[in-house]
Write a protein that binds this ligand. Structure first.
Ligand SMILES: C[S@@+](CC[C@H](N)C(=O)[O-])C[C@H]1O[C@@H](n2cnc3c(N)ncnc32)[C@H](O)[C@@H]1O
Length: 272
């Protein structure tokens, strides 16, 4: 992770863009000293300290109340991200209702989207390697497992959802194989992934930096893996088709969650 992060920081084209992204985020979430704080973040990154120390130092600064607003950077970002689950729900609801039957939310995270789909009448269960239900989420809807074998028989599910999961796994083919195993023949899987804006090195580096920035210093205790296993949309399609899925729909949402500069792309696949 450290090497990829420093590749991004040492790439001058990526660097100017990521400095701009960080400052825009601070401005958009209401931080008055956005420019100074951005300079401070990059000073920490350019120091020769261990990455884990840098993540901790940034987290401590982001946990402090800011002058004039009595909120920390983390409070402001969480407030700005309140609508994230609703946005994802809106993007997948029709596909999930359309497919019907028994559904699995693979890598369900805090379960907010799982809960919304359940409220919409979908018979759904979420699985994740971690168990951290958000407030208001029925804990029974979420099941933690060991990351190797989801404890359901082959072809149990009519529909699978996986939003922003695969690029958090170094060996994401194993996860895809597991989803393939769990899905019934003719069943549907809906995937949303973070993809680089363009197939140029600076954009791959930018995607990695933003992934690191929003997943690591904001909650260092969670130790979210950021292996950088992205693909361009065509790369994913080739892999899905090679496994025996048919791509039945795709949609490029661009940067759909304004405070975070991530491009999201949806695939709807059918197991042949
Ligand atoms: C960025 S979060 C996305 C959570 C949720 N899908 C959402 O969009 O809000 C990625 C989630 O994938 C989970 N994850 C990573 N590897 C996994 C695996 N092999 N099986 C299931 N979940 C996994 C992580 O624990 C994390 O909760």
């Amino acid at each position: 992770m450290k090497n990829k992060l420093y590749d991004a920081l040492n790439d001058s084209d990526a660097r100017s863009q990521i400095e701009f992204d960080v400052q825009s985020t601070f401005e958009n979430i209401g931080i008055a000293d956005a420019k100074e704080l951005t300079l401070w973040v990059f000073e920490q990154l350019d120091s020769c300290r261990e990455l884990s120390d840098i993540e901790k130092i940034i987290f401590e600064e982001f946990s402090k109340k800011r002058n004039g607003i009595n909120l920390s950077v983390i409070d402001c970002l969480n407030k700005a991200l309140k609508g994230r689950a609703e946005i994802i729900f809106g993007q997948v609801k029709a596909d999930m209702l359309d497919s019907g039957g028994k559904a699995l939310d693979y890598g369900a995270g805090d379960g907010q989207v799982t809960q919304m789909l359940s409220n919409a009448g979908i018979d759904i269960i979420g699985v994740d390697v971690k168990h951290y239900p958000a407030e208001g989420v029925n804990k029974e809807l979420l099941l933690a497992y060991d990351g190797d074998h989801v404890p359901y028989a082959d072809e149990t599910f009519d529909t699978i959802l996986a939003t922003n999961v695969f690029h958090h796994e170094a060996d994401n083919q194993t996860c895809l194989d597991e989803c393939y195993r769990l899905l019934k023949k003719g069943g549907t899987i809906v995937i949303i992934e973070t993809v680089p804006e363009e197939d140029v090195q600076a954009e791959w580096n930018r995607t990695f930096f933003n992934d690191w920035f929003y997943n690591r210093p904001f909650h260092p205790g969670a130790e979210v893996p950021v292996p950088g296993t992205y693909e361009m949309p065509n790369g994913w399609k080739k892999r899905f088709e090679g496994m025996g899925f048919r791509v039945i729909d795709e949609e490029d949402y661009g940067i759909d969650i304004p405070v975070i500069q991530d491009r999201h792309y949806k695939f709807k696949l059918q197991k042949i």
